[in-house]
Design a protein around this ligand. Structure first.
Ligand SMILES: Cc1cc2nc3c(=O)[nH]c(=O)nc-3n(C[C@H](O)[C@H](O)[C@H](O)COP(=O)(O)O)c2cc1C
Length: 261
């Protein structure tokens, strides 16, 4: 049954990519529910409240002791203990994305993956930290070879190892999660990533690139794997993202504005 589904998805992908050839249609901003905006606002306010609280906790300025007064001695350990445990001055927004450069459909050989182009743009717009989800074993540079490896991983339910990890994941209340569609699904490495963290109280905002399949229900998969609140995603053709013309940038900006950023 599983392999039948894979065959159907494969056939669909081939059909979709054939029709996608040479097209680079402008990306559309999705329509965002008002409830998404209030959820984002609540998370952004959470950050503000944390920052204000840490400002209040700052020790009051004291007069410098006179030269003959003995200054209280503090050890480096004591000084460190006085610092807040988490860096509340940092952002509470993370852009985590999987993206592969090299040879890909409809774009030839590229230096920066299509999804990475969108990820960098989002991070710039909202002032987020970024994490590139990269597998320990890189995927083949050739498109066909990569398709074969990805298909095998999907059929086996593989969880490829990821290099590095997000420092201080607890700091982030909003996570933009970006990926290409691979065989009608998320790349398996994105499952490894999602299963590596605790998503309680986080909001996930997906974005994806593809060549005709659209989101393919990946937003629902993200919700069921992470258990997080998942807001309205944006998806666009990878070839369009690679060019990232003004229309595409505008679509991303409109989506972000509608979400309340
Ligand atoms: C292994 C593989 C599988 C793919 N499967 C699909 C698919 O099922 N549907 C689709 O529309 N595009 C598919 N694509 C095209 C990619 O989704 C598209 O090129 C995307 O923009 C690549 O993003 P990246 O450069 O960030 O990796 C596939 C590409 C690869 C390499």
């Amino acid at each position: 049954m599983k392999s039948k589904i894979a065959i159907v998805i494969s056939a669909l992908f081939v059909a979709l990519t054939m029709t996608a050839c040479g097209s680079s249609e402008p990306a559309d901003a999705p329509s965002v529910a008002d409830s998404d905006k209030s959820i984002v606002q609540e998370k952004l306010n959470k950050k503000q409240t944390k920052t204000q609280a840490s400002e209040v906790e700052e020790p009051a300025e004291t007069e410098a002791p006179e030269a003959d007064e003995a200054a209280p001695e503090t050890t480096p350990a004591e000084t460190e203990a006085a610092q807040p445990e988490t860096d509340d001055t940092g952002t509470n927004i993370l852009v985590a994305y999987f993206s592969r450069a090299d040879e890909n459909y409809n774009v030839g050989t590229i230096e920066k993956g299509n999804t990475q182009v969108v990820a960098e743009y989002i991070a710039d717009e909202v002032g987020a930290d970024s994490f590139h989800i990269e597998t320990v074993t890189p995927y083949p540079t050739g498109y066909d070879e990569c398709c074969d490896v990805a298909k095998e991983e999907q059929e086996n339910g593989a969880r490829p190892g990821i290099s590095g990890s997000v420092d201080n994941m607890e700091q982030y209340d909003i996570v933009f999660l970006g990926y290409p569609i691979w065989w009608g699904d998320l790349p398996m490495a994105v499952y490894t990533f999602m299963e590596s963290y605790d998503w309680s109280d986080k909001v996930v905002i997906p974005f994806c690139t593809h060549e005709g399949s659209g989101l393919s229900g990946t937003d629902s998969s993200i919700a069921s794997v992470t258990g997080a609140q998942v807001l309205t995603a944006i998806d666009m053709r990878g070839s369009t993202a690679q060019e990232l013309n003004d229309d595409t940038k505008q679509a991303v900006r409109t989506w972000l504005e509608d979400l309340g950023f």
